[in-house]
Structures are given as C-alpha cells and as structure tokens.
Design a protein around this ligand. Structure first.
Ligand SMILES: [Zn+2]
Length: 66
C-alpha cells in the first residue's frame, strides 16, 4: 500500500498501486478535491478542477431525434 499527500490539503491518502493507473481519479477524503494520478512510480496525484458544467449527466435523454 502506498500513500500520497493531497496537494490541496495535505491529507495522506492510502493508495493500492494495483488499483490505480495513470489518469485514475480519486477523491480526497479531507477536502473532497478530485485528484488524478499523474505518475505511477512513485505515485503522484494532481488536483483536477472539475467544472460542474462539464460533468456529463448520464440521466439526460439523448434519444430525442426531433
Ligand atoms: Zn485534500
């Protein structure tokens, strides 16, 4: 088990290297920032700025052909 430090708040986050890969995303339990894995060895994470407007709404019905 590896740990990384949240770049936003300093929270130490446990990461299982077998479960993450480049571009994997996780959420900091300290500040709820979305973090993205930017390096695997050693594991580094960067804060991802998530724009609410860019979040895909899977519930949106795109079957409207009109
Ligand atoms: Zn954090």
């Amino acid at each position: 088990m590896n740990t990384v430090m949240c770049p936003e708040c300093g929270e130490v986050i446990a990461i299982n290297p077998d479960e993450v890969e480049l571009a994997s995303r996780l959420v900091c339990e300290g500040c709820y920032s979305t973090l993205e894995v930017v390096a695997e060895d050693p594991i580094e994470v960067a804060v991802v700025e998530v724009d609410p407007d860019e979040v895909e709404d899977d519930d949106y019905d795109e079957d409207d052909d009109i």
